[in-house]
Design a binder for this molecule. Structure first.
Ligand code: PLP
Length: 478
């Protein structure tokens, strides 16, 4: 049921593998490392692997070792090869992936729980009409707004100021999403070989961006109630990372929000260890508690905090707009670096977001009420169909972080595909393939579809409930 998704280059796979051979490089070590990448979703089934010689050179081993590792992967059904077409990864038992030639579209009845994203609110269409009316004013200009459209920068700055963090438009750089903003900050501040502290578990895409600049992620475990700031302080002192990447508002995937007191302590720790934190506020508008929000982390010490935000969860991911809020100097520097990557964000989308931000509260109120209903519906379905799974009801955000009780998340994701349900295993949220006991379940689908998704999930789970399945890949993921 998975599809052919493309290819990965030799450098790409070397980056993904990271330090796979702590000590001696062996074919079984490489085979296990690749298998883990397939199981935790970082190497999607259907990805064509680089040619053996290039692969071997990129990771500094002999071609024979790569050939043996591929043999082992093929024996277990994790890879397939064909003369002239090379090798590609697949999942055992997945017939759709025995042929790399065709693009296999997802079946129409596949339910996708891999992404925690909502459709656009109806108000977006009305805002688009207003933006379209204003669009012609811009057509006689060159259209390149590298910092962002001035009125959008103003609105984003105002929204920070309203939340207790006085901000000028010059402190805002409009980006193509929060992920783009983080990538720009990494490019500007982090060099290959340096470290970046992350929460564990964390949102996976920043991990990829960290690897992409040749840096190493240093993980600090999340506790059931939140952040262990003592451990974080000790890690910052010992590992001396160049940057920390944190999600204090409805942390993805745990949904926990950092208290005001911890925010103050966090900034004190950052100051003491001279560390800068990138605080990701992407989920900030999805507060489901109805309580008074704590001040933004940067309000406790903006000298140590770079804030990134996004329109993706508040309004719509398809806008592809986000921002970085930093000192004016850093914004200037990010802009210079940005020129190597892109030259600004589209004008019409920026006009549209400026319209939405002119009066965001009514839209956000409705969105929160809708999300709260979806959350309750998912909780009720799980209580009925998978009563042994546990989770902390999240304060906000878009997903439950479920404890399955046993380390089977990747296997469950594989089994669920056979039932027409796409999942992301817990290991995707881990720095190096752990978190197998957990599964992130978004509550972003319509209630009916959500119900069907849980039914399929329960069916998939029942396939190996209770009986430890002697799957050959068990050991790699526990
Ligand atoms: C915590 C977090 N940061 C960033 C992003 C990506 O944001 P954007 O779509 O604006 O790049 C997401 C999307 O799920 C997210 O959950």
């Amino acid at each position: 049921m998975s599809r052919v998704v493309g290819r990965i280059g030799a450098r790409g796979i070397a980056e993904l593998l990271g330090t796979w051979n702590s000590g001696r490089a062996t074919s079984t070590g490489l085979h296990q490392a690749v298998r883990r990448l397939v199981l935790d979703g970082r190497l999607p089934p259907g990805t064509r692997l680089p040619a053996e010689r290039e692969f071997a050179e990129a990771i500094g081993v002999s071609r024979t070792l790569v050939v043996r590792a591929l043999d082992l992967l093929r024996e277990e059904g994790f890879a397939a090869s064909r003369q002239g077409s090379g090798s590609w990864v697949r999942l055992p038992g997945d017939r759709a992936n025995t042929d790399p030639g065709g693009w296999q579209p997802a079946t129409p009845d596949l339910i996708n729980l891999a992404q925690a994203t909502l459709p656009a609110p109806p108000e977006l269409t009305e805002a688009l009409d207003r933006a379209r009316c204003r669009f012609p004013e811009h057509l006689c200009g060159h259209g390149y707004q590298a910092f962002g459209l001035p009125e959008l920068r103003e609105r984003i700055a105002e929204s920070h100021t309203r939340r207790g963090l006085p901000t000028s438009p010059q402190q805002i750089l409009v980006t193509n999403g929060a992920q783009h903003g983080f990538a720009l900050v990494l490019r500007a501040l982090v060099s290959p070989g340096e470290r970046v502290l992350v929460e564990h578990p964390t949102y996976p895409n920043p991990l990829q961006a960290i690897r992409g600049v040749g840096a190493d992620a240093v993980a600090v475990p999340m506790l059931a109630q939140g952040w262990d700031l003592d451990l974080m302080a000790a890690t910052l002192q010992q590992a001396m990372p160049k940057l920390a990447y944190l999600i204090p508002d409805f942390q993805n995937p745990t949904g926990i929000r950092m208290t005001a007191q911890d925010r103050e302590r966090l900034v004190a720790v950052l100051r003491r260890t001279r560390t800068t934190a990138v605080v990701d506020e992407t989920l900030i508008d999805l507060d489901l508690t109805g309580g008074t929000p704590p001040p933004p982390v940067a309000a406790f010490g903006e000298d140590r905090v770079i804030t990134i935000g996004s329109a993706g969860k508040s309004f719509w991911g398809g806008l592809r707009l986000g921002w970085v809020r930093a000192s004016e100097d850093l914004v200037q520097r990010l802009l210079l670096d940005r020129a190597a990557v892109d030259l600004g964000s589209p004008v019409l989308e920026q006009l549209l977001l400026a319209e939405l931000l002119a009066d965001p509260e009514p839209v956000l109120r409705r969105r929160r009420a809708h999300v709260a209903e979806l959350r309750e519906a998912l909780i009720a379905e799980l209580a009925e169909q998978l009563p042994t799974w546990t989770f902390r009801v999240p304060d906000g955000g878009l997903a439950l972080w479920c404890d399955l009780g046993v380390p089977v998340s990747s296997r469950l994701a594989v089994a669920a595909e056979q039932h027409g349900l796409r999942l992301v295993p817990g290991s995707r949220f881990a720095v190096r393939g752990t978190m197998e006991r957990y599964l992130r379940l978004p509550y972003t689908l319509p209630v009916e579809q959500q119900r069907e998704a849980v039914r399929r999930l329960a069916l998939a789970a029942a396939g190996f409930d209770g009986a430890p399945d002697p799957c050959p890949w068990d050991m790699a993921i526990s």
